[in-house]
Write a protein that binds this ligand. Structure first.
Ligand SMILES: Nc1ncnc2c1ncn2[C@@H]1O[C@H](COP(=O)(O)OP(=O)(O)OP(=O)(O)O)[C@@H](O)[C@H]1O
Length: 719
């Protein structure tokens, strides 16, 4: 068991107006001293307000880089998170102190990325260094605004009353209804972060709320199991990365209306967070008021107990912000008193549980047998009935139904269950036979035989005597008239409709037995359940082609306009030289030159317009390419599902994809000469990143994906 207190790190936002003399930041000795100016000095009023404060923290990061902050805050939490401990990193502080900068960073700049993208990067790195374990990573992104919950991974993040914070039997908190998205790579997880940020901005706009007024929690969920030991253990852990709402006090903001309402909610939830923290740091505590706010409910399993918690207190070291700085530091130092006992969250996997239960069952049976013996119930057994026992029981039931015996002797619960079981089987057999008889064509021979036997007389011909007892099969469907026994060879005529299903059945049976070559299977799939997807993908591919053609035309237009600009400029220059050669007439612009300027202006406008249009077209191409790629992946996975269902076995790995690409005649890796300008630029850019800064590749790719999605949203809103 690891014992740790909540770690508190103070980070200062760099400023040119640092409050020298009032604020003394000693990062070497991890302390901050504050000397407040006396407020009432000038009014000759006795000033009881404390003037100086001294705080000590786990660390003080003064004007530090994002990398240093991550090294101090993220590393340790991540490695214990990978080992199965929950972790929480929270950014606290007044609006503008740098909470979002600390947690997310600037999304436009890789070097300035914050704790969340760095955690994602390191988690996937650590995972790849542990081949002996299998990991599943998933992500949720929650926003709490005015005590309402919003799912930032939902493309319509306008909140829902269905979202509810719950707690499972093991005390793990979760939000019912929000999306938990599985991710297999750094790039995917980063895309989700960017998507959440984009949704947050959209939601902010739609609901007219500032992001600073809400709490945001990006949670990474991890599930790991050993690949080498079969101990059946699954280790679960979650890492909450929290960007808290601005902590400034309501009084200071002199607010009203919506702003006051928001401020009240924030102050309440932060104050409950503080109460929870104080309760947790009091050893004799009886009750911790988690349920007072959504934030504390959600963080319940991440503040006390099973968690490693870290608070980054962001301060803004300017003289005008001193009050807020004191308030932030007070909160931060109270947080340091919380003591956590972190434990690994181990759950058993279902197979291991089954083994455990089987063992328990054997032991319980042994105990029961002993119990029966002590009570003199010698025959009690708990194994299933044998075939002979079942047959014997069926005979007993028949005798009972025929009234040959008054009652069925009941021996024990197992016996009752078996009677019901057999009774059910007999009923099912009877029903099946009744159905068979109803659907059989009557052959001439059988009809004749019925007539011979006098079995069909007038209306009696329809009476089958359902419910009579059949000695062979339990409950019968009446007297076993010859026509009731279906024999294929005796059927004189069958309709085509009756024949066909049989032929098809044979085909399927054959197919199930012998899986065919992947390409043949793919052809079959294309003409059956895959046809719709193929059509959709073809349409998208065609659309992509059209967009690319349009893009080429626009590129030509841009180049034409550029040529026009250059040639007009040359003409103007020539004209100016010609004019300057003519004495005494150098300041006057003649009509020809005027026209040239006019032409230049028009060419420039043409250039700008087609350049903008081309930019838009490029973004659309990116978007449609992704749609095609998505359809390709979906098609592949539905082909795999179809193959598994049809042939009862999965498609071999080496069989899976390549032919689908070539068959649909589009490929992700094109030759250089097949690329258009935009694609060529993108390729060069990716090559540059790969060469100069390979670690940032996933970050850029993820940003591009989300950029496309946001564009899609924007386009669809425009329509
Ligand atoms: N350590 C830092 N280095 C450089 N710039 C910073 C730093 N901290 C904050 N900033 C800049 O200060 C501004 C405000 O920061 P940020 O938005 O992160 O504050 P915040 O506390 O999250 O505020 P809010 O509550 O409004 O979300 C941003 O422009 C951010 O880029």
């Amino acid at each position: 068991m690891v014992k740790s207190a909540v770690k508190v790190i103070v980070r200062t936002r760099p400023t040119a107006n640092f409050a020298q003399g009032y604020l003394d930041v000693k990062d070497g000795i991890r302390a901050i001293n504050i000397n407040l100016p006396k407020k009432n000095e000038t009014q000759n009023v006795v000033n009881n307000q404390r003037e100086s404060y001294s705080f000590k923290f786990d660390n003080v990061l003064h004007n530090s880089s994002q990398e240093t902050v991550f090294e101090e805050c993220g590393r340790e939490v991540i490695s214990s998170f990978i080992d199965g401990y929950n972790g929480t990193i929270m950014a606290y502080g007044q609006t503008g102190a740098g909470k979002t900068f600390t947690m997310t960073g600037t999304t436009a700049n890789y070097k300035q990325r914050g704790i969340i993208p760095r955690c994602i990067e390191h988690i996937f790195q650590e995972i790849s260094n542990k081949p002996e374990k299998a990991f599943n990573v998933s992500v949720t992104y929650l926003e709490i605004y005015n005590e309402n919950l919003f799912d930032l991974l939902n493309n319509d993040p306008t909140g829902s009353d269905d979202y509810q914070i719950m707690e499972d039997a093991k005390g793990v908190t979760f939000v019912r209804g929000i999306q938990k998205v599985a991710t297999t790579s750094e790039e995917e997880a980063l895309s989700l972060m960017f998507e959440g940020e984009a949704n947050r901005a959209i939601c902010e706009h739609q609901m007219n709320k500032a992001s600073t007024r809400s709490h945001c929690v990006f949670t990474i969920h991890l599930e790991s199991r050993s690949r080498v030991e079969s101990n059946g253990q699954i280790v679960y852990s979650k890492l909450n990365l929290v960007d808290l709402a601005g902590s400034e006090r309501v009084g200071k903001t002199h607010s009203s209306g919506q702003v006051l309402k928001e401020a009240t909610y924030i102050n309440k939830s932060l104050s409950f967070l503080e109460q929870v923290v104080i309760a947790l740091s009091t050893p004799s505590r009886e009750h911790v008021p988690y349920r007072q706010s959504k934030l504390t409910m959600f963080l319940k399993d991440s503040l006390g107990g099973n968690c490693k918690t870290l608070l980054v207190a962001n301060i803004w070291g300017e003289a005008t912000q001193l009050d807020e700085t004191v308030s932030t530091l007070k909160f931060a130092s109270r947080m340091m008193r919380v003591s956590n006992e972190a434990t690994i969250n181990i759950h058993m996997n279902p197979e291991a549980l089954i083994k455990k239960y089987e063992k328990q069952i054997v032991e319980l049976k042994q105990e029961l047998a002993m119990h029966d013996q002590l009570k003199g119930v010698n025959q009690a057994t708990y194994d299933p009935y044998t075939e002979e026992q079942q047959l014997e029981l069926r005979k007993e039931i028949k005798r009972y139904v025929r009234n040959e015996t008054e009652e069925l002797e009941i021996k024990n619960i197992r016996h009752i269950k078996e009677i019901f079981q057999q009774f059910k089987k007999m009923m099912q057999t009877a029903e099946l036979e009744a159905r068979d008889r109803g659907s059989q064509p009557v052959t001439q021979r059988e009809s004749k035989s019925k007539l011979d036997n006098g079995a069909l007389k007038g209306s009696e011909a329809n009476v089958s005597g359902v419910g009579d007892v059949d000695d062979n099969n339990g409950f019968g469907v009446g007297a076993a008239v010859p026509s009731a026994n279906y024999r294929k060879e005796s059927v004189v005529s069958q309709t085509r409709a009756q024949e066909e299903p049989e032929v098809n059945m044979m085909k399927i049976e054959e197919a199930e037995k012998a899986p065919i070559d992947r390409n043949e299977a793919y052809e079959l799939f294309k003409s059956s359940s895959g046809s719709e997807s193929i059509v959709k993908m073809k349409e998208e591919t065609q659309l992509l082609k059209d967009k690319k053609n349009a893009f080429k035309v626009l590129t030509l237009q841009v180049n034409e306009a550029k040529k026009k600009i250059d040639s007009t400029k040359e003409e103007i220059e020539a004209k100016q030289q010609e004019v300057s050669g003519q004495k005494g007439d150098n300041d006057i612009v003649d009509e020809e030159e005027m026209l040239l300027y006019q032409r230049l202006k028009e060419a420039k406008k043409e250039y700008r317009d087609s350049f903008e249009e081309r930019k838009m077209a490029k973004a659309e191409i990116d978007f449609v390419s992704r749609a095609v790629e998505n359809s390709r992946v979906k098609l592949l996975s539905s082909f795999e599902d179809w193959y598994r269902e049809t042939y009862g076995q999965p498609l071999e790995l080496e069989q899976s994809s390549p032919d689908i690409n070539t068959k649909e005649s589009f490929s992700r890796d094109k030759d250089e000469d097949q690329l258009d300008d935009g694609e060529r630029f993108e390729k060069l850019e990716l090559e540059r990143i790969r060469r100069d800064d390979p670690e940032s590749l996933a970050f850029y790719r993820a940003k591009k994906v989300v950029g496309n999605k946001t564009l899609k949203k924007t386009l669809s809103q425009k329509r």
